[in-house]
Design a protein around this ligand. Structure first.
Ligand SMILES: *Cc1c(COP(=O)(O)O)cnc(C)c1O
Length: 418
């Protein structure tokens, strides 16, 4: 009401976006729908405060309450991932990319080797891709996937033995299968490299026990808070204070990472964001979140199975987690064309390269689909079958687009967001 008066134009645009979210099926696997409680914390007066530094060590006055909020977020993060006191938690990073860069800065010198999954194979920009600063300051060593679209731990080991990187990053933005963190740890530690797990995409599944945890094996874990974890945009960095590699390198991991976030990369933390992270973590501690995490996976498996029945080709043949990649090569349409057609029909996905893609990242051979948002809306396996059919009808032009759009609207109306 107040915004409408103060700035009718922005108000109108926000309302249009709310309407769009409500009336479309969001299948982008990195997106989710946060609770009103999270949004309330995010939109709170905490945005008015400056609190450079950390709890008990601030550069500004008036931070006694902010300290409590930040400590609460740290403690809840430890609870959610069942961590002992040996894990140091930093909740101050603005988002996932700066969090990753801060870890590299803490542990590497310019030119040191950083090994991660190559972007066209599902890795993130910040895992050493050349377009990212992480591939420019550091020397990237990039592993790929085998012909079946799977991580090949023997190949990864060979590459690590040969290149001797300082950090190996395990984690991805477009990998539909379970990641074996123990194998990664063995490979990394044998060459004296840190294992950094970037669990941004699967943090919510790990919190729910629907994907194995990296914490028994990793030296550092980073995550965004806004994907399957269903919080505000933000990030958390976890540092294992018992890390042998850190001890060998005489590095105090906790101190080095805290310092890297502030004062090296950032000024004041976004306290409203920290509070909203704390709220999301409290939600993730509830039994209902455990159920949610498992339902995401069940829905993804149901969607994958139905798509396969309809003749779609899935990278690696299916999924173990929240996402899948459709290889559109056999349909003779590109990822971009598919994304646009689906958007017209009200199904929002993103185009994506597939392993060993022969097309460009701007117009690749695949699309990426995930179930975190539709699962938050309450959809179950039954609806996933309908969604698969809607995708099929759209891409193979089995029904007029306008009819499909109507059906999407009807389905969305049954599973309201707001
Ligand atoms: C999303 C993501 C990030 C980056 O997060 P931003 O908040 O968009 O900067 C980093 N790593 C992985 C694996 C991601 O999926």
């Amino acid at each position: 009401m107040i915004l409408k008066k103060a700035d009718p134009l922005v108000d109108k645009l926000i309302k249009a976006e709310i309407k769009r979210q409500g009336e479309t099926l969001g299948l982008i696997p990195s997106e989710n729908i946060v609770s009103r409680a999270v949004r309330e914390a995010l939109g709170s007066e905490l945005t008015n405060k400056y609190s450079e530094g950390y709890p008990g060590k601030r550069y500004y006055g008036g931070n006694k309450i902010i300290d409590q909020i930040e400590i609460l977020a740290q403690e809840r993060a430890r609870h959610v991932f069942k961590l002992g006191k040996n894990w140091h938690v930093n909740v101050a990073a603005y988002s996932g990319s700066p969090a990753n860069l801060a870890v590299y800065y803490a542990l590497l010198k310019p030119g040191d080797k950083l090994m991660g999954l190559s972007l066209p194979f599902g890795g993130h920009l910040t895992h050493g891709w050349k377009a990212s600063i992480t591939g420019q300051i550091y020397t990237p060593v990039q592993y790929t996937l085998n012909k079946d679209g799977l991580l090949d731990y023997e190949e990864i080991k060979k590459l690590a033995d040969q290149e001797k990187p300082k950090i190996i990053v395990a984690g991805a933005t477009a990998y539909p299968r379970t990641i074996d963190f123990k194998k990664f740890a063995d490979i990394a530690h044998e060459v004296g490299a840190y294992l950094m797990v970037d669990m941004a995409h699967i943090a919510g599944l790990i919190a729910a026990g629907a994907h194995p945890s990296p914490f028994p094996y990793a030296d550092v874990v980073t995550t965004t808070t806004h994907k399957t974890l269903r919080g505000p945009r933000g990030a958390i960095i976890f540092a294992n204070c018992d890390s042998k590699i850190a001890k060998e390198n005489k590095i105090d991991l906790a101190k080095a990472i805290d310092k890297s976030i502030f004062p090296v990369f950032q000024g004041g933390p976004h306290d409203n964001q920290t509070a909203a992270i704390a709220v999301a973590l409290a939600e993730a501690l509830k039994p209902s979140f455990k159920k949610y995490g498992h339902e995401i996976v069940k829905n993804a498996k149901a969607l994958a199975q139905e798509l396969k029945k309809l003749g779609f080709s899935l990278v690696s043949g299916g999924t173990d987690n929240h996402l899948m990649l459709i290889d559109l090569t056999n349909l003779g349409i590109s990822g971009k064309v598919a994304q646009d057609k689906l958007e017209e029909a009200g199904v929002v996905v993103n185009r994506n390269t597939i392993p060993h893609d022969t097309r460009s990242p701007f117009d690749p051979s695949g699309i990426r689909l995930g179930t975190p948002s539709v699962t938050t809306r309450g959809m179950k396996e039954k609806e996933m079958k309908i969604v698969a059919k809607l995708i099929y009808d759209t891409l193979l032009e089995k029904q007029p687009q306008i009819m499909i759009r109507k059906e999407v609207r009807k389905l969305c109306a049954k599973f309201k967001i707001f």
